[in-house]
Structure formats: C-alpha cells, structure tokens
Design a protein around this ligand. Structure first.
Ligand SMILES: Nc1nc2c(ncn2[C@@H]2O[C@H](COP(=O)(O)OP(=O)(O)O)[C@@H](O)[C@H]2O)c(=O)[nH]1
Ligand SMILES: [Mg+2]
Length: 307
C-alpha cells in the first residue's frame, strides 16, 4: 500500500507541479488573499476539473476565508482535498475473480476509445497485472483495422507470455471476438481482454462495429461483455468527458481507465467524468512499460493534486 502510494505520487508529480506553478506556492503561503484565490481558481480550470468542481472547491475555501481572514494556504488545501475526496466517493472500481485455480465464469473485458488513447498498451498491461494476481487471461486482438495492431499485441503477448487470439488485418472484429471467446472457454480462462480499433465517437461505421461485437459476444453469453471500459488519454482533459458521454450512450460503459497520467497536467478531468457519469475508475496508466499501471485510488490521486 505504501509503495503504491509513493509510486502514484511520483508519477503525478507533473500534475502537481503544474498546479503548484499555477498558484505560485498557494498552499505554502501564510495568509491567503483575494489574488491568491483567483490564481487558484485559474489553476483548477487549467487542470480541467470543470466548472462545477472548481466552484465546489472554491466555494468552500471562500466560505472558510470569509469566516477567517487569516486562513492559511495549508488549511485551504485541506478543504480542497476534502471536497475532491467527497466528490470521488465510490469512484474506485473493484473486480472480483475466483481464487487462483478456482475457475469461475469467464468474464469479458472490452477496451475501447479513440486512436492513440493507449488501448493496446493497456490491454497488455492489464493482462500482465491480472496474470500476476493468478487470474488466467487471454487477449483477443480485435483491432483488425490497423495493419500494425496485431503485430504490436503479438510482441506484448510473447514478451509477457500471455495467450493471444488474432486474425488478418481487415478481418471482421466481431469474428475475432467470437473466436477468442471460444478459445478462452476451451482453456478455462477467467478473463478475456478484447483490444479494439480506435474510433472517434463521431464516426458511425466504427461505432456500429462495436455494437456488432457486443451482439456476437452475447450469442455466447448474454451478460458479456461484463466490463466495457473506455480508455482515455489524460492529456485530453475535458475532451475525454465528451468521449465518455458518447461511448457510454452507445455502448453502456462500466468503467474508465485513464492513461498517460505520468505526463498530464489536465488530470482534473477524471473528477469531471466521475461527477457526471458515475463510472468507476479502475486503473491509471503511468508510463509505457508493462508495470506502469496502477489501480486507481482516491487518496493518492487527491494527495498528488493537492499535496
Ligand atoms: N507515457 C505514457 N504513454 C503511454 C501510456 N499508455 C500508452 N502510452 C503510449 O501511447 C501510445 C499509444 O498507445 P496505444 O496502446 O498504441 O494506443 P491505442 O491506439 O489506443 O491502441 C504508445 O506510444 C504507448 O506507449 C501511459 O500510461 N503513459
Ligand atoms: Mg491499438
């Protein structure tokens, strides 16, 4: 727990630095004033927390300042942390699997999102993560759109020693999903992770392809996919909220993964997404390596932002 906390904090350092720079040491100042509050407000908007959250944080801090003109930066930060923590209550996603070797029903996890969001990398990282937890995993390479996509997953699968089902570029993504499901079943796997082609939420044919994939999976199991996670690039800030709305409406998401938090200064958008859609956050990506994935936890996230 302690290690995880530190690692998270380190990776979010850029986010923190940005906020800090924006507020020029706001949290360290002896007594805050009107100018400091305005700088803080700007910094929070800059980090894409969204209007409602900025107003909630600022509202509480202003209220405290009104009552106590000697309010310290540290005290203001504690108020900010409390507001964010309350807003994020219930946002930590949880997954349950039968104990190692215990079997249990096959769960299907479908990753979706726009091009470059980090879906393929995340599919590999997740497979690696769950394998280490003793869950038996199989990956289905359903991005049949980009020629290099199969190759990218093959390299990962080989390196991490994870079974992979793939097909030719141009093949029907839903057919790959169907085949991958059968193989996962035959192997007694507990988790099937499906990587899919990147798509804009505005492009209809690709969005329809996702619906077809779902329909085909449901021939095997009416409950599948049990998990439909949107992978969002934290650099995109509030833009990712627009994506989440569209994917959720079309596909019915069950969760969010935010990648590239290691370099993002717009990480406040995660709060905005949770606030509106109430979709749990499962993992955050903190780099390009197989281990650069952490389960999302509220406390280190809030600490990193307001630390
Ligand atoms: N720094 C960083 N880079 C990442 C992260 N996740 C993915 N990437 C990089 O983002 C790029 C796009 O990733 P990819 O998985 O191919 O995206 P996809 O198009 O959604 O499948 C690659 O260069 C990845 O190495 C992350 O958490 N942090
Ligand atoms: Mg990909």
């Amino acid at each position: 727990m302690f290690n995880l906390f530190n690692q998270f904090k380190k990776a979010l350092v850029k986010t923190t630095t940005k906020l800090w720079r924006g507020v020029e040491g706001f949290f360290g100042i002896q007594h805050i004033d009107e100018a400091a509050l305005e700088t803080l407000e700007e910094a929070l908007y800059g980090a894409d927390f969204g209007q409602e959250t900025v107003e909630a944080v600022l509202g509480q801090i202003r209220e405290a300042y009104r009552k106590n003109k000697e309010l310290q930066g540290q005290e203001a930060a504690a108020i900010g942390k409390k507001v964010l923590t309350d807003l994020l209550a219930g946002s930590q996603g949880q997954l349950h699997f039968a104990p190692p070797g215990g079997g249990g029903p096959l769960q299907v996890l479908c990753l979706m999102g726009i091009n470059g969001a980090g879906k393929t990398t995340t599919a590999a990282k997740l497979a690696h993560f769950f394998k280490q937890q003793g869950v038996s995993v199989l990956i289905g390479a359903c991005d049949t759109f980009r020629a290099a996509a199969n190759e990218q997953l093959q390299v990962w699968a080989q390196r991490l020693d994870i079974p992979l089902v793939s097909s030719q570029p141009g093949a029907d993504a839903a057919a790959v999903a169907y085949e991958a499901y059968q193989q996962a079943k035959a192997r007694g796997a507990q988790l099937l992770i499906l990587d899919t082609a990147g798509r804009l939420h505005t492009k209809e044919p690709l969005m329809r392809e996702l619906q077809k994939l779902k329909k085909v999976l449901q021939k095997h199991d009416p409950q599948a996919p049990q998990h439909a996670w949107l992978v969002v690039d934290a650099h995109l800030g509030s833009n990712s909220l627009t994506q989440a709305r569209a994917f959720h409406e079309l596909f019915g998401l069950t969760g969010i993964i935010a990648t590239k938090l290691d370099g993002s200064s717009r990480a406040g958008a995660l709060v905005a997404i949770y606030r509106e859609l109430k979709l749990p956050l499962y993992f955050v990506g903190l780099g390009e390596g197989p281990d650069d994935l952490q389960t999302f936890e509220v406390r280190p996230y809030v600490e990193a932002l307001f630390g």
